[in-house]
Design a protein around this ligand. Sequence first.
Ligand code: AMP
Length: 282
Amino acid sequence: MRVFHSVRNLHSWRTKQELLEGPIGFVPTMGALHDGHLSLMQRARKQCRTVVVSVFVNPLQFGETEDLGRYPRSFRADRRLCREAGVDLLFAPPPEEFYPANFQTTVTVNRLTRRWEGEARPTHFQGVTTVVTKLFGLVRPHLVYFGQKDYQQCLVVNQLIQDLNWDMRMIRCPTVRESDGLAVSSRNRFLSAHQRVQAGLLSKALRQGSDVIRTGIRNVRTIQSRMEKIFGSDPDVHLDYLAICDSKSLEPLTQVGGTVVILGAVRLGTIRLIDNLLVRCP
Ligand code: AMP
């Protein structure tokens, strides 16, 4: 496995790749790699001749009051995991090279970023779309791998790919979960034992929503109140949103029909967790 920290090395590597056949698969990450990331790499390894992973804690996608400073970083362990997963190239640029002092370009996707995570974290998606635009431009992958865990992000990046006519396909990979259903996340390591139990309630509420829909109930208010009951009245759990939306536009619904996505976000102390479930209504 090769490891590049500089943009210049990546440029010359990519130019040489033009002569080789077969797709380049790309998995962008912020590091602190776990089984969720690994599942993306494994999928890419199966489908592509060359697999590129980036590890870059992107300052642009953190709000001023968010956890950029204490976001987990574990480059040695990440490098080992990538090597073991058969990754060909690990790209981990230092932030000051990636965003030099005079950097002044941002990329914005409009409608899809307004609600949910976009509302809770107003500058987040602009940070995401700016960093992936730069990374996609450098790596020039054929297939890009993203996790359904960040469902809104998948739709936003897909929109970017369509809008800019990039010759690239997104592979959305299923959410990897712990045994109680909690979606694996780099931030889970910050949960106290009590918070870890509370965190499990989010996926439980989503499954409850899906079960209620399967019983034939279509009224969103009714489904929502059944999901909210899962959290009880614990004052330490702050429910940011629990929404049932159109799976393509992410607009909230009043009646369920077709394929819907249930989106959820909770705050436990300073830790914010998100999850979602796609439900196909019979
Ligand atoms: P991050 O490092 O959190 O920016 O995530 C990098 C990629 O891994 C994103 O496409 C995430 O959606 C994906 N990812 C994170 N957690 C999981 C998970 N539990 N299951 C599947 N994919 C995940």
